[in-house]
Design a protein around this ligand. Structure first.
Ligand SMILES: [Zn+2]
Length: 253
């Protein structure tokens, strides 16, 4: 789950939380409100916080809505001054509208609510992250778990750093099964510059035999996540392009 405002736009428009989730006296607020510090001059792009089907409509009070539905989760975003793209399938990061104050709003802001299994919850309880070019949480998790089963064919030195001249901190006996992952590029050994993490040091890949099924499956997932991350970056650049335009197509500074 991402915040509905990208990190670059959050910073650019100096956004902040203007009204928190929960009980405010006798008023129940089923979401979080965000607004820029200079609402009158801002055309803040609002993005889809997750993949899903984006339903867009105007209610009887003139409020412009988008509800993005993914399984049992609904992201409710409202008060747009303009909706972007129409009802459609969206990916996280796609621009779905421009922040506004339609409906019963008294100032320009985004109201963001999240429903899980039909009940509004505090969106922050899903630990949203900012949409930017940082690796996705899925990718970080995969990288942290890229532990291939390996066997070394010869006795190996464990070096303090991935360099052939680095101090030796440990040894690995031949034909030891262990799990590890490639974490560094360093000095070449027989032309191989990949080094594994091994306990408190590094071993070169040259004499290590990986369990192909184990490693290739994880590597394939990681490659897919990396490709997705590139896709996020591309779409983030599209957010940037749109963030310089107001709905009339004029540049807003
Ligand atoms: Zn609100």
């Amino acid at each position: 789950m991402y915040y509905p405002i990208s990190k670059p736009d959050w910073d650019k428009y100096k956004c902040s939380v203007s009204y928190t989730y929960g009980q405010h006296g006798t008023t129940r607020h089923d979401g979080i409100d965000y607004c820029p510090n200079n609402p009158g001059n801002a055309a803040v792009p609002i993005i889809a916080p997750m993949d899903g089907y984006c339903n867009q409509w105007k209610d009887g009070n003139g409020a412009l809505y988008s509800w993005i539905v993914n399984g049992n989760i609904i992201s409710n975003q409202v008060h747009y001054r303009e909706l972007v793209g129409g009802s459609r399938q969206v990916k996280a990061g796609d621009v779905v509208g421009i922040m506004g104050m339609t409906g019963n709003a008294t100032g320009v802001h985004l109201h963001w609510g999240v429903k899980v299994n039909g009940v509004f919850i505090n969106p922050d309880s899903l630990n949203p992250i900012f949409f930017n070019s940082q690796p996705s949480t899925e990718m970080v998790t995969l990288e942290n778990n890229l532990n291939c089963t390996t066997t070394n064919t010869v006795s190996m030195n464990v070096r303090q750093t991935p360099n052939t001249t680095a101090p030796i901190v440990d040894h690995v006996a031949p034909n030891t099964n262990f799990t590890t992952k490639i974490v560094a590029s360093g000095d070449a050994v027989n032309g191989n510059t990949n080094w594994y993490k091994y306990n408190n040091g590094y071993i070169n890949q040259a004499y290590v035999k990986e369990n192909p099924a184990d490693c290739s499956a994880i590597q394939a997932q990681l490659t897919a996540e990396q490709a997705k991350n590139v896709d996020y970056t591309t779409r983030l650049n599209n957010v940037h392009a749109e963030s310089n335009l107001n709905p009339a197509g004029q540049v807003v500074v």
